[in-house]
Design a protein around this ligand. Structure first.
Ligand SMILES: [Zn+2]
Ligand SMILES: [Zn+2]
Length: 160
């Protein structure tokens, strides 16, 4: 959850401070891609009334709930075992809210960090991310961090 200081933290929609006793809606970081329309909800706090006026409010809520419930049952796509330690957890977050995008199938992807190098989907994932970045569909610091980590796990032959 983002840190909320009543009277100081600003509503992400109206940019006015969140007052004492006001109803709020808040989101932890869950959208990796800064180019996605849902990124406005990433790590953000809203007055409930401001939030409900936003066009994407329903989509944001549904996507967030799906991400949260998946995170309660963290299973690695490579070894199919549960991920028990937070330090071992690698999560792709939401890369695209557009179901027709190539990126959408990676939404919510979770692996053990130690399994990244063994995962047979790794090089395809990296090349899909790279082409989406080139086309402008994917951007932002969280994406760059993700790519750096993934590239470092590619087998030497594929990295060249
Ligand atoms: Zn507001
Ligand atoms: Zn694993």
């Amino acid at each position: 959850m983002p840190v909320i200081i009543r009277g100081k933290t600003l509503c992400h929609a109206c940019r006015h401070p969140i007052g004492e006793g006001e109803l709020i809606v808040s989101f932890s970081p869950f959208v990796t891609n800064a180019a996605d329309p849902l990124h406005q909800f990433n790590d953000a706090v809203f007055h409930t009334s401001c939030f409900e006026r936003l066009v994407l409010a329903q989509t944001a809520r549904a996507t967030y709930d799906a991400v949260r419930s998946a995170a309660e049952h963290r299973t690695c796509v490579a070894c199919e075992s549960p991920i028990t330690s937070p330090d071992e957890w690698f999560g792709a977050g939401i890369l695209s809210s557009d179901p027709s995008s190539t990126l959408a199938r990676y939404n919510g992807l979770q692996l053990h960090r130690s399994c990244l190098g063994d995962w047979d989907g790794l090089s395809e994932f990296v090349s899909d991310l790279e082409s989406a970045k080139q086309s402008g569909e994917l951007r932002g610091p969280a994406v760059d961090n993700l790519l750096d980590e993934l590239r470092s796990r590619l087998p030497q032959s594929a990295a060249r």
